[in-house]
Design a protein around this ligand. Structure first.
Ligand code: GLC
Length: 454
């Protein structure tokens, strides 16, 4: 006979699976709400989708040049030297990576920008780049920025755990240029300001003319796509071209059913009340969601019954990462030995096989929901551009979640297939790395060539 605690556990898990499941009808509903918010965002009306103009159209693949690129969007900062040869090929000749200490992510804006200038200086020393010689810098700044030109834009609000003061509402390019001057890096000029999604789209588009959607699924999640300027009603002055890339900031989409667990996670975050989709989909939050669900099961006396005061061990945020979840999900051993080791090492908890299985199922439901919502968001943008799915579309995707998480990319592809049937063959999802380095350089080159044409 099954002991009553395990049937209660099973009932709870089945209830959770229903709570986290996203049906194809839910996705269809999501798509129509996405379209409403896209429409409103493009018209500057109230909307959870900011739909931010980038002031560039896609690359022709023929732009050339040498650029320095700077990539800030998470806990690492990179500086690169990129060459574009004008035939769809690119080369990175130097790259340095720096960890951004929390004191700068969450301190004063001036300290953050001084740190960035210091990294550029260290890069120049390491790679024998003369910082006094004129050099164009492509800046990828992967946060919501209200751009007014290709190299001007103000930060709307920080995301992904950044809170540095005195930056929201300020022009990012000016803040960086002032810091470069303070560090006496007089030769470096910002030639373009861009989002990582835009860089990702551009990077793929440089050699693939059917790419019209760039997606990030990593620490954060977001997308950009190619829009007809006539539909961007909020543009103040006539656009210089027929099309423009729009940074959607889809992580902030909020027309979704939130469980009590989502509300808890939101309340515990540094930016409560914002970035609802990002908190359900992206790598920064999935592990935390698993921990919050686990806590509920523990407090209901359904897990780790042999460990006294077990809930205190799981109380602290951050104990479960997305990388752990992926490992847990990939464990196929009959007794889930990897899961056992994880629980012992990270939480000092001994477990029964049924505890481990429950944890594996929680990871599965949280990550499957994330992938299905991610697919829903992609589908919304594709059908906005091409309602009947007549044209081929390459979707350039970057980010550790998409690249590394067990089964994530497969669930996205399966969901698109379930939505569109055979028509899904028009869509190719292509993993595209380094939009924030190479892609940003392409943005700067496109901007330079449209200035020349003007
Ligand atoms: C966050 C940022 C967005 C960025 C995304 C992926 O959602 O707000 O600008 O593109 O993370 O890095």
């Amino acid at each position: 006979m099954v002991p009553s605690s395990s049937s209660a556990l099973e009932r709870f898990l089945v209830h959770l699976e229903a709570l986290f499941s996203i049906s194809i009808n839910d996705i269809r509903d999501m798509i129509s709400r996405f379209h409403e918010d896209m429409q409103n965002g493009l018209a500057d009306k109230d909307s959870s989708l900011k739909m931010l103009p980038s002031f560039v159209d896609v690359t022709t693949g023929r732009e050339q040049g040498k650029f320095m690129a700077l990539d800030l969007g998470g806990s690492n900062l990179r500086v690169l030297l990129v060459t574009l040869n004008g035939k769809g090929a690119t080369e990175v000749s130097a790259v340095s990576k720096f960890a951004v200490p929390e004191q700068y992510m969450q301190g004063s804006g001036t300290a953050l920008f001084d740190f960035i200038a210091e990294c550029i200086h260290a890069f120049a020393l390491e790679h024998h780049v003369d910082p006094r010689k004129p050099r164009n810098l492509a800046l990828t700044f992967s946060f919501p920025v209200n751009q007014t030109a290709v190299k001007a834009g103000t930060l709307i609000v920080w995301t992904k755990g950044f809170t540095a003061t005195g930056v929201a509402g300020k022009d990012i390019v000016r803040l960086l240029e002032e810091a470069l001057k303070r560090r006496q890096l007089y030769g470096i000029h910002v030639a373009a300001l861009t989002n990582d999604t835009v860089g990702t789209l551009m990077n793929r588009r440089y050699s693939d003319p059917s790419c019209d959607l760039g997606v990030i699924m990593g620490t954060g999640t977001n997308a950009c796509y190619r829009e007809v300027c006539g539909r961007i009603h909020k543009l103040k002055s006539p656009a210089p071209h027929d099309h423009m890339i729009i940074n959607m900031e889809w992580g902030n989409f909020d027309k979704l059913y939130q469980t009590g667990y989502d509300q808890n996670l939101d309340a515990l975050s540094v930016n409560p009340g914002a970035m609802f989709l990002e908190k359900m989909v992206s790598g920064m939050y999935l592990g935390e969601m698993v921990r919050i669900v686990l806590m509920d099961l523990i407090q209901s006396d359904l897990l780790f019954l042999d460990t006294p005061d077990v809930s205190s061990l799981f109380e602290k945020s951050g104990g479960v990462s997305t990388a752990h979840m992926s490992e847990i999900q990939s464990d196929q051993a009959p007794h889930l030995d990897k899961v056992d080791t994880f629980l012992k090492k990270s939480f000092g908890v001994g477990s029964r096989v049924q505890d481990r299985r429950a944890l594996q199922r929680i990871c599965q439901m949280v990550s499957t929901r994330a992938a299905r919502l991610g697919a829903g968001a992609m589908a919304a943008v594709i059908t906005w551009m091409d309602p009947q799915l007549i044209h081929p579309h390459t979707i350039a995707v970057d980010g550790s979640l998409y690249e590394k998480y067990t089964g994530f990319a497969v669930t996205i592809a399966d969901t698109l297939k379930a939505l569109y049937g055979e028509k899904a063959d028009a869509l190719s999802l292509v993993q595209t790395q380094d939009g924030s380095g190479v892609g940003a350089a392409i943005v700067a080159a496109v901007a330079a060539s449209s200035r020349r044409q003007a």
